[in-house]
Design a protein around this ligand. Structure first.
Ligand code: PMV
Length: 356
């Protein structure tokens, strides 16, 4: 494996650590330039994060994009070509400096690459924050105001839709909803002032059921919504659920929150199952864990709920006060269904941090 080469004579450097997020109301189906067909809302996480450093220096070799890209300390051609394509797509409109300088990007994840956890939300938001920061620094500005985060959210969205929600603390809303003031398809907005304190310390334990690459990518899944016979009904449903979810999040109604969250997770996978071609990303272990979570909740009345992203791994959401009981349950009953016993213990987090 090639090792990271450290660039010398760097002109400007910026580093950001940005977290992943887990959607409560799911974005599934897009149009135009990564615009969502329905609004979504997510918890910003904390432990699952990407650290990215970008520096620019003189001496662009004349290529449209002169990029040295390092992932987890090594060259990674697959990611480098994705980043190259992304930079090419945004440079003319947003960051002309990208084609003028030599670019060095050094990025790493706090969670194992092979864990089956999507890194695009944390990765794209960390990169977007670095690029916005460098643009400001080139203009002699160092200002992290609303405009800064809004632009970072737009750029993150262009990299990977759901990434646009990661730039805000605790909870973010993305997608136009007629009753959510300021909501937009182009960027996410922070919604933490609308969040009841009980959710601010909520846990998200991510059970890694499988670490294999998904058989159908999210991009392909979004595209399959175009011909899904239930698409229109789904987008209406998401708008209604969005309103109910925002109310539950504000009032601290955990059981309403839990019901909508689980319904959303299963709807997402049901949409996959009735796409053409149909596909299933859940594994036997996912279903076993889901059933065990429901039984545990019925028996103990502890408000433990599940959600899923576009894959087999199960996210367990619960209030901080039940940490010990839930942990015992996970260790004794759920861990055997996790790939190599892997669990990422995460929580609602306070958003990206500038690290350099
Ligand atoms: O941002 P994408 O294109 O990876 O799509 C993410 C879709 C879901 O994770 C399933 C839902 C969401 O809103 O994050």
């Amino acid at each position: 494996m090639l090792k990271s080469t450290v660039m010398t004579n760097s002109l400007i450097k910026s580093g950001w650590e940005s977290p992943s997020n887990i959607a409560l109301i799911k974005y599934w189906g897009k149009f135009g330039k990564q615009m969502p067909h329905n609004p979504s809302v997510s918890f910003t996480l904390s432990a699952a994060a990407t650290r990215t450093f970008v520096d620019i220096s003189e001496g662009n070799n004349g290529d449209p994009i002169d990029l040295n890209f390092v992932f987890n300390g090594s060259k990674n051609e697959k990611f480098a070509s994705r980043i190259n394509k992304f930079l090419n797509s945004i440079s003319d409109e947003y960051f002309p400096f990208v084609k003028k300088y030599k670019l060095n990007i050094d990025t790493s994840n706090s969670f194992p690459h092979s864990s089956g956890i999507a890194s695009s939300a944390s990765g794209m938001s960390a990169l977007a924050l670095c690029l916005c920061d460098i643009e400001n620094l080139l203009n002699g500005k160092q200002l992290y105001d609303n405009d800064f985060y809004r632009k970072a959210s737009v750029i993150s969205r262009l990299g990977s839709g759901s990434a646009c929600r990661s730039v805000f603390p605790e909870i973010a809303v993305w997608g136009r909803h007629e009753n959510i003031s300021g909501s937009s398809n182009e960027y996410a907005i922070p919604a933490n002032t609308e969040l009841h304190p009980v959710f601010k310390s909520f846990h998200d334990d991510i059970l890694i059921i499988s670490a294999q690459e998904k058989s159908v990518s999210s991009t392909a899944g979004h595209n399959l919504m175009e011909n899904n016979p239930f698409a229109k009904v789904r987008y209406n449903q998401a708008n209604l659920r969005m309103e109910m979810m925002m109310k539950a999040l504000k009032s601290g109604d955990i059981s309403a929150f839990g019901k909508i969250t689980e319904d959303e997770a299963l709807t997402l996978h049901a949409l996959m199952m009735c796409s053409d071609p149909s596909y299933i990303l859940l594994k036997e272990g996912s279903l076993t864990v889901i059933n065990k979570v429901k039984a545990f909740r019925d028996q103990t009345t502890i408000p433990l709920y599940f959600t899923l992203d576009a894959g087999p791994n199960v996210h367990l959401l619960y209030p901080d006060e039940y940490e010990n009981q839930v942990n015992i349950f996970i260790q004794e009953e759920l861990k055997p269904f996790c790939h190599e016993g892997k669990i990422i213990r995460d929580k609602v987090g306070s958003g990206p941090v500038k690290i350099c």
